[in-house]
Design a protein around this ligand. Structure first.
Ligand code: TMP
Length: 211
C-alpha cells in the first residue's frame, strides 16, 4: 500500500487552526480519502496526559522541562499513531507538530535552535509533514479570540510580547521552507479562510497526482 500523506496546521494561539483542521478533514473525507485528525501536544492517551501537565495554568514550568515534555508527547504520538496511520495509506492531519516547538520554544522561550532541531529529530524519527498550513493572525486579535472563547491555558496566559515572537517565528519558518509551509491570513469569515486552505490543498493534491 502507498504511504499516506501528512498535513499539519500551525499558527499562533487564537488563529482558528483547530476549526480549519476539522473542516479540511471533512472535505478530504468527502473526496474519498481516509483521514485521521489528531493534535499536539496529545493525540494518544499517554500524550494527552502530558498535554494536561503542560497546559495546566499556574504551574512553574522551566523552559527546558517544557521543551522535553513537548518532545516526549511528540515521540509517543508519532510512533503510536501517526506512523502506523501513514503506513496504512491514510491522510493524517495534525493540529500542531514540530514547527510549533521551533516557534514557541526557540522564538518564544529563546532555547537553542540546534538542541530543538536535534530533539525534533529524535521525537519525529525524521518524519516531516508533506504540507504545513500556517494560519497567521495579528497578535492582539489572536489573544482577544482566545480570551473570548474560554479560560486561558498556561501558554495562552503569556504576554503579547511572547505571542508576537511566536507569530514572527512561524513567518520566519515559512520563508525558510516555502515549498512545504503555506501561510494563510486569518481575517475575514471562516468560509473565506477555508476557501484559501482548499485552494492550497487542491494544488497540493494535483502535484501529488491524487486528484
Ligand atoms: P493548542 O492549544 O493549539 O492545542 O496548543 C497548545 C499550546 O501548546 C499552544 O499554546 C502552543 C503550545 N505548544 C508549544 O509551546 N510547543 C509545541 O511543540 C506544541 C506542539 C505546542
Amino acid at each position: 500500500m502507498k504511504q499516506g500523506i501528512f498535513i499539519t496546521f500551525e499558527g499562533p494561539d487564537g488563529s482558528g487552526k483547530t476549526t480549519h483542521a476539522k473542516l479540511l478533514a471533512q472535505w478530504l473525507e468527502k473526496q474519498g480519502f481516509s483521514v485521521v485528525l489528531t493534535r499536539e501536544p496529545g493525540g494518544t492517551p499517554f500524550a494527552e496526559s502530558i498535554r494536561k501537565l503542560l497546559l495546566k495554568p499556574g504551574e512553574n514550568v522551566f523552559p527546558a522541562t517544557e521543551l522535553l515534555l513537548y518532545a516526549a508527547s511528540r515521540a509517543q504520538h508519532t510512533q503510536e499513531l501517526i506512523k502506523p496511520a501513514l503506513a496504512k495509506g491514510k491522510f493524517v492531519l495534525s493540529d500542531r507538530y514540530s514547527d510549533s516547538t521551533v516557534a514557541y520554544q526557540h522564538f518564544g522561550r529563546s532555547l537553542d535552535i540546534n538542541i530543538i532541531n536535534e530533539l525534533n529529530k529524535i521525537a519525529t524519527g525524521g518524519l516531516k509533514p508533506d504540507l504545513t498550513v500556517v494560519i497567521d493572525i495579528k497578535t492582539n486579535r489572536g489573544m482577544d479570540r482566545v480570551s473570548r472563547n474560554r479560560a486561558k491555558d498556561r501558554l495562552e496566559n503569556e504576554n503579547s510580547l511572547f505571542h508576537g515572537r511566536i507569530r514572527k517565528g512561524f513567518l520566519a519558518l515559512s520563508r525558510k521552507e516555502p515549498g512545504r509551509i503555506k501561510v494563510i491570513t486569518s481575517g475575514g469569515s471562516i468560509q473565506g479562510t477555508q476557501e484559501k486552505i482548499l485552494k492550497i490543498t487542491r494544488e497540493f493534491l494535483k502535484r501529488k497526482k491524487l486528484s
